[in-house]
Ligand binder design. Structure first.
Ligand SMILES: Nc1ncnc2c1ncn2[C@@H]1O[C@H](COP(=O)(O)OP(=O)(O)OP(=O)(O)O)[C@@H](O)[C@H]1O
Ligand SMILES: Nc1ncnc2c1ncn2[C@@H]1O[C@H](COP(=O)(O)OP(=O)(O)OP(=O)(O)O)[C@@H](O)[C@H]1O
Ligand SMILES: [Mg+2]
Ligand SMILES: [Mg+2]
Lengths: 254, 254
């Protein structure tokens, strides 16, 4: 049975897509059959793998227009498939409001393919609206990318409240997989203070591996490649590989 | 008559709040009566001025529960008032879907106070949903903060399409006030390439003043102060003051 992990944080620009895209590639490099689902109307995870304006996309599966299996695309990595997003997804937030089971649409459609993968990662938009609620309802656990900045810390309480609400009402098994410190700049006082505070509050839930600010990570998407294929020797690639070891050890055991 | 400017970009973390908060303070420092409206459920613009968990907020004005005048709060700056946001605003996206005139709620409520201010700035959430549509319908023009990164550039076309749609259907006078280059790092190749491309496409619409990456800008919100009151000598403060001159010259003439 596969593990479905939602990569969530309503704060914008904290590294959700960069983490989802590069962890998916690292999981595939460890020969774990992996599916990356792009649930953000911006479609950044899709374009990170060179998919733009897909004919079939997650919107079609959410509305029931086509089975999710028909939206799945292969990537350059053998063990990685992607369900892309397209601009139609913007309308889904509004359209889903008045449909039945509006929070469980993703869970139902993923059920059709979850046994084909060991890990399913969902890249979420920067909001706590219906698309993110669908991801929280479908997921076994959540990964929280966190930039060590004041506004990002401020939003954490709201995110955990929403997770608690979903656990109580829609998905009793939902857990926090872990918090990932992203774009870390060790020279920066604020960054160090926020990190110390987060580790004090969340202890072991915060991965030891920090993801440093590394320009190669922001260059890779313009080449339609994850960091592993763009520059495997970069500090960004090394950090995501180390983080992958930590995450997989916790999920599958040593 | 006042000018209403929406600070928009669905890409997360590009400096919408940082620009709205600091431009509002600079406008007030130039003795222009200014109102800052926080339309983001995250409430970052509100907390940047020390307002958390407000008793009355923009949500009450949007739903008609109270006149917008009752939600307005003073700040340390004489010429600046704020309409704060609170967590209830998350629900507004869903609740507004089935209400009458759902895109024009903000426009109608702002009409009650717009003659009391020369400039009204609206800080938008990172999405193109109903809250941002309300801002685009109420605004005379839009300011687009743009980080010089690949994903941010990718989203620009979608943002301009949506603006065009709003101009055609809901707000014929809507214009682009200008594009602000934020978190600029001149040592970074990608940043320089993206900037060159943006200036080639948008010409004069891109302000000459660039906002550099400056840690003092990200420290200020944790003290509940705009950069002008936190560290007026910082590179961030100097940049926003210069940008203010450019913006006000274009709006009010030399
Ligand atoms: N560790 C890093 N070092 C340098 N740049 C990074 C790093 N992580 C992310 N970035 C860049 O920072 C920007 C924001 O990251 P990203 O888009 O992954 O965040 P996000 O949370 O998915 O944003 P959104 O909220 O819009 O979905 C992107 O331009 C990305 O390329
Ligand atoms: N010029 C700058 N230099 C350094 N840090 C900055 C700068 N501008 C913004 N920041 C920091 O970067 C982060 C993102 O900025 P901000 O929150 O203003 O973006 P936003 O577009 O409003 O995000 P969201 O999409 O979540 O609303 C914040 O932590 C902010 O303090
Ligand atoms: Mg993203
Ligand atoms: Mg913001």
């Amino acid at each position: 049975r596969s593990r479905i992990i939602a990569v969530v944080n309503q704060k914008g620009g904290v590294g959700k897509t960069t983490s989802a895209v590069n962890l998916a590639a690292c999981f595939a490099a460890s020969e774990r059959r992996t599916l990356l689902v792009d649930l953000d109307p911006q479609g950044n995870s899709s374009s990170a793998y060179g998919v733009v304006n897909p004919t079939r996309q997650i919107y079609d599966a959410l509305t029931g227009d086509s089975p999710i299996g028909e939206t799945i695309q292969k990537t350059e990595l053998d063990y990685l498939h992607v369900v892309p997003a397209g601009p139609d997804l913007v309308g889904a937030e509004i359209e889903l409001v008045t449909t039945l089971n509006r929070e469980s649409r993703l869970k139902r459609t993923l059920a059709e393919v979850r046994d084909d993968y060991e890990l399913i990662l969902i890249d979420c938009p920067p909001s706590l609206g219906l698309l993110t609620l669908n991801a929280l309802t479908a997921a076994d656990s959540i990964l929280i990318p966190l930039q060590c900045e004041y506004y990002a810390l401020e939003g954490l309480a709201r995110l955990l409240e929403t997770t608690e609400l979903v656990r109580a009402e829609l998905n009793p098994g939902l857990e926090v997989e872990g918090l990932i410190l992203t774009m870390v700049d060790m020279r920066n006082n604020l960054s160090r203070q926020v990190e110390a505070e987060v580790r004090r509050h969340f202890g072991e839930k915060v991965y030891r591996t920090r993801i440093p600010r590394n320009v190669r990570l922001s260059e890779a998407p313009s080449h339609g490649k994850p960091i592993l294929l763009y520059d495997i020797h970069s500090r960004g690639a090394v950090a995501y590989l180390k983080l992958t070891e930590e995450i997989l050890r916790r999920i599958f055991g040593a």
